[in-house]
Design a protein around this ligand. Sequence first.
Ligand SMILES: *Cc1c(COP(=O)(O)O)cnc(C)c1O
Length: 397
Amino acid sequence: MIPIYLDNAATTKMNKNAIDAMLPYLDTVYGNPSSLHSAGQIANEALTNARERMAVLLGCEAREIIFTSGGSEADNQAIISAARLGAKKGKKHIVSTAIEHHAVLHTLKKLEKEGFEVTLLDVHENGLITPEQVADAIRTDTCLVTVMYANNEIGTIQPISKIGAICRERGVLFHTDAVQAVGHIKINVNEQNIDMLSLSAHKFHGPKGIGVLYAKKGILLSTLIEGGAQERGKRAGTENIPAIMGMAAALESACADMDQNTAKLTALRDRLIAGLSEIPHAILNGDASQRLPGNVNFCFEGIEGESLLLLLDDKGICASSGSACTSGSLDPSHVLLAIGRVHDIAHGSLRLSLSEENTVEEIDYTIDAVKEVVEYLRGISPIWRDLVNGKKEFIIK
Ligand SMILES: *Cc1c(COP(=O)(O)O)cnc(C)c1O
């Protein structure tokens, strides 16, 4: 059985154009861009070219593109840099949200131990924050606002342009973790008043282990890795040219096909949501409209998410209970808790994240499979028996 891959928020299959763009740099074009000889200069031209193409796609200048090892590094670098800059001016307050990726939340925790104060904004039940919440949270000592563009678990898309405008007006640096958004939603960092942005190639059909931190010119970054002069001298190490070339090609493809992909994905997503909504005592997590085109996330009452995943895997469906980082641990997702799901309900979650390669047949098969597995698991669950017998009250009506 060919697996039905519905875990594109965890990672994606590489695009053919991206693979083709990488091949020469894994084979014949292997020079080090820092070398002065011709082999090095050919590699350096490729690097410059990829940087310029990434800049065009994001709406910034080539010198504002910093290559990183992925989204986590870009998040760390952005937040640490803004914190160090702020501390120099006596500003040690940071505003963020309760539903950020752990690459952001754990970096903020580290800064708290160093004496920074962090305000994590509560999201509404639909997973959104309002620009007013950000405006109210900014203080005279705020050095950074960091709000994710789109959530990796529940797919909610935050009002980034409005938040950017508020930060610009108040003179506070604004960073967004756009790892789930880049390649899936139209973004222009200048028009949206974004000072720093993180992206990761493997979330838009590019290679793993490569990403970008966009940092507006004039923002002094902290030195992440000591050594050579690569990446503004802040991140030493010979550049990963094959991955960088693959990333640029993947983002070009994603942006060129975006309208078409969005239309296809939205139709598949809504078909899947409609099908799963027929399951009794189930609830869609995240906002119905301000939502990534490929994201579906449900909680089913009386179900244990891990069992659901394993049984779906037996049926050839690759799904997730939340983020790849939290699955495997017994703690329920911090995102689901933040939108008000109680522990028992949050444990019964299922995330299905689609790609444009999925088909209507796969979606219909998945709807049937989830219905069947949920019914089976409820049938053997003592908690479900109590709910049905009225000994316990349903939380999801
Ligand atoms: C995947 C992801 C990251 C981490 O990116 P890596 O390239 O895997 O380090 C960060 N933030 C969000 C929202 C993500 O989805």
